[in-house]
Design a protein around this ligand. Structure first.
Ligand SMILES: NC(=[NH2+])NCCC[C@H](N)C(=O)O
Ligand SMILES: [Mn+2]
Ligand SMILES: [Mn+2]
Length: 299
């Protein structure tokens, strides 16, 4: 991780049904992300928000891939922008938006790495395809699409596929997986620390193992952090909350250990929905976690 950061907001809420997550980037800016990172001595450039099309949810062309065109268009723009950030030698920090935007982020980053690692910090696997999805919501598909599974319009975003290899992925915090996702995890042998493992081993061991595993096999690691990975008590402003999640403290520890590892080369924080939040708590949690990820320490 260098000391030059570029922030990109993606006000996209079409990957799921609950409006308001398009205000996530504003909420995180309001919670002070730019100044927080400047204080940590980063050269921070805020590129603002990319334009995401907001269409009427009732005019959906395809119920197994809701809002496919608008999401594909936004992801393509995002991929190009993220790519140009990497090319300038800066660290891309993407603010969502729902998790469907990860398809664009990874499309932008993937071509610069032979073995890009991904930490998917989430209550969900986001490993559905149009065939397995129970909801038709594309925010449940970005990890599958990036691995090359699913509808070609999604997997081919950015003009190449796959962006990442299954053995370079580590999912942390899973506690709600659909049948097709379980099958894919087993078939492709994807590394998952479910809440069960986090409870058994403790977050310190989980992160130690994650870091040890990824450091030898990858040439860069993307952190895709869905705020619903945290417990809804700590992060209530999310569209698909699941009880029994990772605590604020455990998440802090995870971010601090990632900061120490110097492994992370890009990151995105997604699914912050201020409409569903208690005041701006979830955006504040996101900003606090970003600060830790970028090296903030008490002493
Ligand atoms: N990024 C997220 N919050 N994803 C939630 C996905 C929920 C469910 N698995 C689905 O496919 O609809
Ligand atoms: Mn999730
Ligand atoms: Mn997710």
């Amino acid at each position: 991780m260098g000391n030059k950061l570029s922030i990109l907001g993606v006000p996209m809420d079409l990957g799921q049904m609950r409006r308001g997550v398009d205000m996530g980037p504003s909420a995180m800016r309001y919670a002070g992300i730019v100044n927080r990172l400047k204080k940590l001595n980063y050269d921070v450039e805020d590129l603002g928000d990319i334009r995401a099309e907001i269409t009427d949810m009732t005019q959906n062309e395809n119920s197994s891939l809701r809002n496919l065109k608008a999401i594909t268009d936004t992801s393509t723009v995002l991929a190009d922008l993220v790519g140009s950030v990497v090319e300038k030698g800066r660290f891309p920090l993407v603010l969502g938006g729902d998790h469907s935007i990860a398809i664009g982020t990874l499309a932008g980053i993937g071509r610069y790495f032979q073995n890009l690692g991904v930490i998917w910090y989430d209550a969900h696997g986001d490993l559905n395809t149009d065939e397995t999805s129970p909801s038709g919501n594309i925010h449940g598909m970005p990890l599958a699409a990036s691995l090359g599974f699913g509808h070609p319009v999604l997997t081919e975003i950015g003009g190449y596929s796959p962006k990442i290899k299954p053995e370079n992925v580590v999912i942390i915090g899973a506690r709600d997986l659909d049948e097709g996702e379980r099958k894919l995890i087993r078939e492709k042998n994807i590394n998952v620390f479910t809440m069960h493992e986090i409870d058994r081993l403790g977050m310190a061991k989980v992160m130690e193992q994650t870091i040890d595993y990824l450091k030898d096999r990858t040439d860069g690691v993307h952190l895709s952090l869905d705020l619903d990975g945290l417990d809804p008590h700590d992060a209530p402003g999310v569209g698909t909350p699941v009880l029994g999640g990772i605590s604020y403290r455990e998440s802090h520890l995870a971010m601090e250990m990632l900061a120490e590892s110097r492994l992370i080369t890009s990151a995105e924080f997604v699914e912050v929905n201020p409409i569903l939040d208690e005041r701006n708590k979830t955006a504040e949690v996101a900003v606090a976690l970003m600060a830790s990820l970028f090296g903030d320490k008490l002493l």
